[in-house]
Design a protein around this ligand. Structure first.
Ligand code: FEO
Length: 400
């Protein structure tokens, strides 16, 4: 059975949600699923905006056919060539052989890489090119590295709709409510939106900032992303979040504590740090065991908070593996502009503090507060003064 929704008088949602996939991009857990969004514009010419993942093939083609309602498909606009949106292009062109594919030159090249041949009917476009479909006029906005180099966005100048590719997307399957104003986004969706943005596009803050500048010049009334809800109200809220994330500013002034602990002694010191911080009036402290939290969530939380306490056991004369993985991921995602305090532990040769410091010093504008709190197997009462001192440094820095 087809399952489409009308968005405007002549625009239909034909996307499909996937609740079976465990790992998005075979790496990010998505317990709430994901949606592969796609849109059909019915005008004098018909236009399909991107396709979908091959996992939802059957439902997707039923949806496209229902939206076209017997019309032929004149154009397929390909904004992004990653297979979660592009896997069905070759199949679509077999079903609709008269379709002209409209895309960037880089995307056309990727089509040949993925499918072995370019589409028979291909129209490559560049920044500012237009496609008139009757009542509607579509303008193409290049958005390289948001999230791949070939990415472009499509702007409907008549209805002021931005088809934003991966930008402004989120993890999470759609539950019938395809609009952000139909859900409690700030309560139920923002954590997945942050985790999606930081992990998928977080590295490319500069490029996202460039796109936000371009978007600021357009009178956008609706954003149709390739994942998650469509935005037609309070666009400034979500655009503001992306401005914060992409400029590497903390979303919240607060303390995040992440520990990697083999037998619990490092965890115990981290817990004590949380208690002392709370006693000093710090509210909203967040705390995670790195061994039991997916690194994609840890990464998103590191982007969220202004201050980070990292506590790690020594392991193989270095950092305990889950904390080391997190630090490498932070560097890979250009994490910067944060303040950090360190706790290390080692039974015969504590090395994790020095090794964490070395990795943090490779990142941009990271301030490390004071001396590392160094434990020998377990924290002692005599070290409370040192812990208090480090906590005080954090508190003083928080309130600057
Ligand atoms: Fe949703 Fe970069 O693909």
């Amino acid at each position: 059975m087809h399952n489409i929704q009308r968005i405007t008088a002549d625009l239909y949602y034909v996307g499909v949600s996937d609740r079976k996939l465990a790992l998005f991009e075979n790496v990010y857990p998505i317990p709430r699923g994901v949606s592969y969004n796609s849109y059909v514009l019915i005008d004098e010419k018909t236009v399909l905006m991107d396709t979908a993942d091959s996992a939802v093939r059957e439902q997707y083609f039923e949806n496209v056919a229902a939206a076209l309602d017997g019309r032929k498909l004149d154009y397929l606009v390909v904004n992004h060539m990653e297979p979660d949106h592009a896997a069905l292009i070759a199949d679509l062109l077999l079903r609709y052989p008269e379709t002209t594919v409209v895309t960037s030159a880089k995307a056309a090249q990727m089509m040949e890489q993925f499918f072995g041949t370019k589409p028979a009917k291909l129209q490559t476009v560049k920044e500012g090119d237009k496609l008139t479909t009757g009542r509607h006029s579509l303008t193409f906005v290049m958005a390289p590295m948001v999230h791949w180099p070939e990415v472009m966005m499509t702007y409907d100048e008549v209805d002021n709709i931005l088809f934003s590719a991966d930008a402004f997307g989120t993890f999470g399957a759609l539950n019938g409510n395809i609009f952000a104003d139909e859900v409690n986004f700030d309560r139920d969706w923002i954590d997945d939106a942050r985790r999606y943005y930081i992990n998928i596009v977080g590295k490319y803050g500069v490029q996202v900032q460039n796109v936000l500048k371009k978007a600021a010049t357009l009178p956008i009334e609706m954003i149709c992303p390739l994942h998650g809800p469509i935005w037609r109200e309070d666009l400034a809220y979500f655009i503001g979040k992306h401005d914060t994330w992409s400029s590497y500013r903390p979303e919240e002034e607060g303390v995040l504590i992440i520990y990697g602990s083999i037998y619990g002694h490092t965890a115990s010191a981290a817990e004590k740090m949380a208690t002392v911080l709370a006693q000093h009036g710090v509210k909203g402290i967040a705390m995670y065991d790195a061994s039991h939290t997916d690194v994609s969530q840890l990464l998103a939380e590191c982007f969220r908070y202004s201050h980070l306490v990292l506590a790690s056991s020594t392991y193989n004369a270095g950092i305990f593996t889950p904390i080391e993985n997190l630090l490498h991921d932070l560097k890979a995602h250009s994490w910067q502009n944060r303040t950090v305090a360190l706790i290390e532990n080692g039974t015969w040769a504590a090395q994790s503090g020095k090794a964490m410091r070395t990795l943090l010093e490779e990142m941009k504008n990271i301030t490390i507060l004071g001396e590392d709190l160094s434990l020998k197997s377990a924290m002692k009462e005599s070290q409370m003064e040192d812990l208090e001192f480090l906590a005080n440094l954090i508190v003083a820095n928080l309130h600057q």
